[in-house]
Design a protein around this ligand. Structure first.
Ligand SMILES: Nc1ncnc2c1ncn2[C@@H]1O[C@H](COP(=O)(O)OP(=O)(O)O)[C@@H](O)[C@H]1O
Ligand SMILES: [Mg+2]
Length: 352
């Protein structure tokens, strides 16, 4: 897939801006605070329906305006796709795909697949489990509308169950219907994440071999409910919910379930989350992102657009070269404060 055009209006610091992209490498170049990351964020938003910088969509509206507009056009083997988004200070955001308003955000998933590389992403290995769950979720949501729907339902059920626990009105009986629903949706999430990690590890293994020019044995393992099918996972989830009943009542929130799960990442048998050097953790993070590109491309039958925000400044020369070479052939949009480094690559430089 190639993103050919981005239009924004009253969006962050851009009152009106149109950008045209080409296949291959594109770079937003400009001094600090000019709005490079903002524009990358707009393309990302069209891909996954939210920002990678804030959970509050309204922050994207120019501070002098009431509404922000984002429009992204992409060429796919199946034809042209357009995504139009209106973020409104006083109403829910509105999204149209190919000019048709969508009623569920799940319909946006997969229309314009994106993979983001950013300095925070390089920390994914050592950060909290929530960051590793987000990594799986963002990928899986783009791959599967059903996953997005299950995740949204799970979050709502979890919030309801937690509200009940906080209200003080929780008993075994009042919780029971929520437990059942939570395990039902939770099992779908766990099953999909396990399948995702199985496929991802094959790619990640290849990518780390490429990055390190050696045989670093990388293994990814899902830490959460076990079981081979939905039924088994569901009953395991139900038993952990029961097991945690006293804790849930005492601390008034739900202790176990896919919202607490993690990815165990081992390198040559050692847990890199805690014991990896910073260099190893970065190499593993890059391998995971490169693996994600391969997986999305395979599953979706078209390649995602790769968004790289300030990652090169964070990498040593060797990793930088390897990364650039690995991204060859994909459409990339890079942000940078200086265009010298792109001169030799025939990059489409877009001055911001
Ligand atoms: N909602 C908004 N309204 C107006 N300006 C904004 C808004 N959000 C961010 N900005 C401005 O955008 C600029 C930062 O843009 P950013 O894309 O992060 O810059 P960079 O080019 O360094 O990546 C800042 O000057 C900030 O004040
Ligand atoms: Mg920036």
């Amino acid at each position: 897939m190639i993103v050919t055009r981005l239009d924004v209006k009253d969006y962050r610091n851009a009152r009106s801006r149109t950008v045209e992209f080409k296949a291959g490498r594109n770079a937003f170049v400009g001094a600090n605070a000019r709005g490079k990351t903002n524009l990358l964020e707009a393309v990302y938003f069209a891909g996954v329906g939210k920002s990678f910088r804030t959970p509050r969509d309204k922050e994207l509206i120019n501070s002098d305006c009431d509404r922000a507009y984002i429009s992204v056009t992409a060429e796919k083997p199946s034809g042209t796709e357009t995504v139009k988004i209106i973020i409104d200070r006083r109403a829910n955001k509105r999204v149209a795909v190919n000019e048709l308003p969508i009623s569920r955000m799940s319909e946006l998933m997969g229309v314009c697949p994106v993979v983001l590389f950013c300095p925070d992403g390089l920390k994914i290995v050592k950060e909290a489990p929530a960051d590793r769950r987000r990594f799986m979720d963002i990928s899986l949501c783009q791959i599967s509308k059903a996953y997005f729907a299950a995740l949204s339902r799970y979050d709502k059920i979890l919030q309801s169950r937690n509200r009940l626990l906080k209200s003080g009105g929780a008993t075994v009986n009042t919780l029971a219907p929520w437990d059942e629903l939570l395990a039902e949706e939770g099992a779908k999430i766990v099953k999909s994440r396990r399948g995702f990690l199985d496929r991802l590890s094959g790619f990640a293994y290849e990518k780390i071999a490429y990055l390190t020019e050696g045989a670093e044995a990388l293994a990814l393992e899902y830490e959460g409910a076990s079981g081979n099918d939905i039924g088994e996972i569901k009953s395991e989830l139900l038993s952990s919910i029961k097991r945690d009943f006293d804790n849930d009542m005492r601390l008034r929130y739900t202790h176990s379930g896919p919202h607490k799960d993690d990815i165990k990442i081992t390198l040559n048998g050692t847990d890199v989350r805690t014991y990896g050097s910073q260099g190893q953790q970065r190499t593993v993070a890059l391998s995971l992102k490169l693996a994600e590109i391969s997986l999305l491309t395979e599953v979706m039958g078209t390649s995602p657009v790769l968004l790289l925000d300030d990652v090169f400044s964070e990498l040593d020369v060797n990793r930088r070269k390897k990364l650039l070479a690995a991204l060859d052939g994909f459409q990339t949009i890079i942000t940078s404060t200086d265009d010298d480094e792109f001169a030799e690559f025939g990059v489409n430089v877009i001055n911001i």
